[in-house]
Design a protein around this ligand. Structure first.
Ligand code: C5P
Length: 218
């Protein structure tokens, strides 16, 4: 039999990470945070002094990525990278790394290996379009850039990280543009995706909505 997959795609700071991990917990499924793979590749490249434009070397790094997920911690070559992985600057580097087709190709098999019983919730930009086109349910989150920036600002200030709304707006716009306009695997809804605008929804309400769709399809 095939392993059920539920994909959650959407732009930066749309809340897909939170939604996907809650769904995985509720369903008892595995979780693939595909952005973490691009982020880890960027950190590994930075450590090795590799330029973010050097496609061949970046692809080699990606293919050899020694990444382990240990509960909420993430280990790269045995080193705990949980905190640097989540930095805004790392997200920005990841978005530059992810434009290279050879890097995306190198991470493709690794992403497929997350599809294991009893099921998988995968979040990212191209989960429904490229990596898991046969997923039973594809959700695409939408929320305005202003909405996403103000959520992210609250999160960062809550963690005691200095940030401004204008700075975040500029960062998100630059990342959206790179992620949506790139020629390979741009961030866009699959043809058979369900759109979910979570601007006015709590996390719990979003989770319930998606679980309802999931149950209706199974
Ligand atoms: O989702 P997250 O912010 O962690 O992703 C970081 C960057 O990695 C994104 O801005 C995007 O450029 C890239 N990415 C991607 N494809 C994915 C997941 C992330 O290109 N499936």
């Amino acid at each position: 039999g095939s392993v059920p997959v539920l994909t959650v795609d959407g732009p930066t700071a749309s809340g897909k990470g939170t939604l996907a991990s809650e769904l995985a917990a509720k369903l008892g499924y595995h979780l693939l945070d595909s952005g973490a793979l691009y982020r880890a590749t960027a950190l590994a490249a930075q450590d090795a002094g590799i330029s973010l434009e050097d496609e061949a070397s970046l692809a080699m790094m990606a293919a050899q990525l020694d990444l382990r997920f240990d509960g909420h911690r993430v280990l790269l070559g045995g080193r705990d990278i949980t905190d640097p992985l989540r930095l805004e600057s790392t997200g920005g580097m990841a978005s530059r790394v992810s434009v290279h087709p050879a890097v995306r190709q190198a991470l493709f098999q690794l992403q497929l290996s997350f599809r294991r019983l009893p099921g998988l919730v995968a979040d990212g930009r191209d989960m429904g379009t490229v990596v898991f086109p046969s997923a039973e349910l594809k959700v695409f989150l939408t929320a305005s850039v202003e909405q996403r920036a103000s959520r992210r600002l609250k999160q960062l200030l809550g963690k005691g990280v200095a940030a401004t709304l204008d700075g975040l707006l500029a960062d998100l716009r630059a990342r959206d543009e790179r992620d949506m306009l790139r020629s390979v695997a741009p961030c866009k809804p699959a043809e058979d995706a369900v759109l979910l605008d979570n601007s006015a929804l709590s996390i719990d309400a979003s989770v319930e909505q998606v679980l309802g769709w999931w149950q209706a399809r199974r």
